[in-house]
Design a protein around this ligand. Sequence first.
Ligand code: ADP
Ligand code: MG
Length: 292
Amino acid sequence: ATPTSIMVGTGRAADLGVLFRKGQALQTLRDCQVIALDKTGTLTRGEATLTDFILKGDLLHDEILTLVASAEFVSEHPIAQAIVEAAKEQGLSLQKPERFRATAGMGVTATVNGKIIEVGADRFLKEKYPELIEMIKQGQRLAEEGKTPLYAVIDGEPVATIAVADTLKDTTAEAIKGLHQLGLKVAMITGDNRATADAIARQLGIDEVVAEVLPKGKVDAIKALQDKYGTLAFVGDGINDAPALASADVGIAVGTGTDVAIEAADVVLMSGDLNGVVNALAVSQATMRNIK
Ligand code: ADP
Ligand code: MG
């Protein structure tokens, strides 16, 4: 491609709300066979709400929710924010935990009022607490509705099955259709539960789901998709998407995402609308066609 045609192409993309930080990306994008997208904050709004809080036995709802929400009080994860919001809305007064530790892609462990609270995914807790099995079955049913199931344990006693749900952006379904129309395969990469991810992917007609990926595993997931489909663009928004954005053939950051993601990307969408990805591809295909 000539420098002029690249300049024209990047200019046209900019008019459509897509910033090419590197001219090379306009060429590489044309060759992409697969688009992999992060789920939370990319396909979805990234603002979860608490949908289910099912207590084990006859425990007191307010007491348990207060402890669980206090344990999540200092976590920045959308799941934590959903639980904290719900507790506040119910008029519960929360406190900062005395101790707090987040395990990436797993859950949190905190000490609140001298009690040890653990909240997280089944894989975070099930080996330590085999008796969670019944609650995990309950959570799987919630996952099939596209909700994210979590489990809470207090001082070693399983106390609640919890679910949060995030909604798809209004524009996501249309964007996925647009990607398919341009002849691309569409994959989703997420740390979320397999059943939850499958339910969401089914709604969108996504071709392939890589679920229960730990933050460190996103790069490996990208490599596997590249081996299977070829040249790949990855779209993400979070801090933990930065390595994946850097290792994809083209990294595309959602403009509403974190600075770390934007820094690692070749292309930046000016809004959260994934139709920007479709526009970027269309401009790339048109530019490269003109100069052949
Ligand atoms: P994603 O960004 O795809 O949602 P994450 O790696 O951030 O993936 O999280 C993966 C899973 O780890 C979540 O679905 C949840 O089960 C668990 N998890 C992460 N953070 C928390 C938290 N603060 N509280 C409870 N569970 C959490
Ligand atoms: Mg995300």
